[in-house]
Each structure stands twice: as C-alpha cells, then as structure tokens.
Design a protein around this ligand. Structure first.
Ligand SMILES: [Zn+2]
Length: 374
C-alpha cells in the first residue's frame, strides 16, 4: 500500500473494530493460506545509490514488528506443511501464513535471518542460482539503477530509450523506473543488451562506479542458513522473465536451478518462484513445464490469498509488502481486504507508465527524509 489515503483508511478500519472482527472470522478458516513475499529488508539509507529501492520490503524495525505480530496472532506454516496440504490433502492449521523471500540478497542473512531465528519463524527463500557463485552477484536492475544514480551526465539521449533529464534524483528515478518497466516487457536477451548499452552510455567515458560489497548470498551462506533451518526453492538460474524467453530456454532455467540447488545443498524441494511473477510474466506452457518436472508449488506475484485445495498450487498468490507498510496495513493485508486492494493494484499495473511514475514517487517517499547524496 502506498498512498497516505490508504494508510488513513487502514487506520480507520483498525480503529473501528471492523478489522478485529474480520480477523476473528477469517482465522477460523483452515482452507485460507496467506503467503507473504519479501525481497530486501534494510534501512532506506543502506546502499541507496546502489540497489533498486523498490525492492525494499520492510525496514528491519518494521520486519521485526510484522514477524512478532504473526507469531502472536497467526500460525506460520513451514513449506513442508503446505506441500503436505497440496500433495496429500492434509489440513492446514487455521490462520495459516507462509513467509517467503525472493532473490537472495545479502540482507536476508544480516537483517532478516536474525529476526526469523530469534522469533522462530519458518521461512523459505527462492534463489536465482547463477547469482550464488562468487563471480556474478549483481542483478541487471541494480547495475542499471547504479548507473542512473551515479551518472555524471545532466541528461541522457539514447537512440532506443529516448531523452531523459537527469538533473535531480527524482528525474533519475523516474527515468530508471520507466526504462526498467520497458525492459521487463521486452525480449530478455535484447533487454540485457540494452542494459549494457545504457550502463556504458550513462558512465559517459568515466570509470563505471564499483560497489565493494557483495549484493547476493553465496552457496556457503546458503548452506549455513539451511543448516539453521531455512528452506530453499528454485527461482531460475539467471532470473529472466519466463514469458520473454523461448520455451526451451525457460525449461533450462527452471530445471537448471533445481539441479544447482540439488548439487550444492544435497536436495531440492519441488517448489519454484516465477521471476517478476505478474500475470503477463507467467505463460500456461511454463506452468506445464513445472507440472511435468514434478514441481508442486509455484509462487507468483499475483496479489491475493489462496484457498487450499481450490487454488492452483502452481499459481499461488502472494502478498507483496513495501518498506513503508505500517502495521495497520500489514494487518489488513492478511485479511480479505487485501483481495480488494490487490485487484485495484493489478489494474494499475496494467498501465506501465503510471506504474513507473508511482514507483518513482514511492521510492522517493520510501527514502523519505534521507538525502540520496548523503
Ligand atoms: Zn526475483
């Protein structure tokens, strides 16, 4: 949830007692499964010129508050419990919530895991396996974000991406989010070529900025986390949007990531998370690939909750969170209110230009009082 109006509406619904009543009714329904998805947990100031701020899902403080709330009022289920529900028809406990993370950023280990471990919250992390190797550790969107935020240019005039003002940070964010949106809708390899071109153009002859810290976890990190209780799932090898590559390549990405997990961790759960995962990113043929390969759970970014066994387990909906989500909004997201909000959000996302503008404004708001130049 983004706007102040939505935050005020959330506060009103909580204070009126309506939310408590809905929570009470819905938490008795054992068929209802809520799946939360987080990407990064960090302070907005950390890596603010290096990592795309739209992937911040919570500050460490908010995240701890959210996990504590879940442990007090909900039943956080393990991936094995969800697998047993869809494979063998086992019942889920009432008020079931599953906590998932995508992408495997380093802050999962430094910020999220200490909270999860202390509060004993079961969690599942979906990783694009190529990024766990020592050599490749920067996602294309973070490379592009770095290039935009650190470019010495006052404007960009690019043959295929158009002319963009880069005078202020808001201009840079607007350009970045608009171009990223277009790239996500383009054929994957063509888009990657364009990212390289743009990074080069934005550096304008200067040395491209180097980030000293690693962005993503390594296999060694993952082995330690698994030993401490984390569950791991596949999220392709190189994180292409699977509707933007040929079907054969999508199949190689899916099976390759499962093989890598099996090789490095000794076993692989039959669970998968679609990169980006919105309606336009998931083809029916890709769901068929997962089914034929023996996967049982497929996590999307479609907004909403699931009814087990009625929902397609290879197309599970999730609840996405933003860094500035308040606890009132978080509580709303766990109830049926979220289905209404999720529908509205899906409509908005169909309008890419509007979405990119919203993201730029949201990012600026999320960074709040912190100066990007600090
Ligand atoms: Zn992802």
């Amino acid at each position: 949830m983004a706007s102040r109006m939505e935050q005020m509406a959330a506060r009103w619904i909580v204070r009126s007692g309506l939310l408590e009543w809905i929570e009470h009714v819905e938490c008795r329904n054992p068929a209802l499964l809520r799946v939360l998805v987080y990407h990064r947990i960090d302070w907005p100031t950390a890596a603010q010129r290096w990592l795309d701020p739209s992937l911040l899902s919570a500050t460490p403080e908010n995240f701890e508050q959210q996990m504590a709330y879940l442990m007090r009022h909900y039943c956080v289920v393990t991936v094995d419990e969800v697998l047993a529900a869809v494979r063998q028809g086992a019942s889920l406990p009432p008020a079931a919530v599953m906590v998932t993370f995508d992408d495997g950023y380093c802050d999962f280990r430094t910020q999220a895991w200490p909270v999860l471990e202390r509060l004993q919250v079961p969690a599942t992390l979906f990783v694009p396996t190529d990024y766990l190797d020592e050599s490749a550790n920067r996602f294309w969107w973070d490379r592009l974000y770095t290039a935009f935020m650190n470019s010495p240019l006052p404007s960009l005039d690019h043959a295929s991406c158009g002319r963009w003002l880069l005078a202020e940070d808001l201009d840079r964010l607007r350009a970045y989010f608009s171009i990223k949106q277009c790239l996500l809708a383009s054929e994957h390899h063509h888009a990657m070529q364009r990212v390289d071109d743009l990074c080069l153009a934005l550096a304008a002859g200067a040395c491209p900025p180097q980030r000293c810290a690693r962005d993503t976890l390594t296999w060694n990190d993952l082995r330690q986390l698994v030993q401490a209780g984390l569950s791991v799932g596949a999220h392709t090898q190189s994180h292409p949007v699977l509707s933007r590559v040929a079907l054969g390549e999508a199949q190689r990405e899916i099976l390759g990531s499962r093989c890598a997990i099996e090789r490095e961790l000794g076993y692989a759960l039959p669970i998968f998370s679609y990169p980006c995962g919105h309606a336009q990113d998931i083809r029916t043929q890709v769901i068929d690939v997962l089914f034929q390969a023996g996967f049982w759970l497929g996590m999307t970014s479609l907004e909403g909750h699931n009814h087990i066994p009625a929902s397609n387990p290879l197309r599970l909906r999730r609840v996405g969170l933003a860094a500035h989500t308040t606890l009132d909004e978080f509580r709303l997201c766990l109830t049926g209110f979220y289905n209404v909000y999720g529908g509205l959000l899906a409509l908005r996302q169909k309008r890419a230009v509007l979405a990119s503008r919203t993201k730029a404004v949201t990012a600026v708001r999320a960074l709040g009082r912190y100066s990007l130049r600090a």
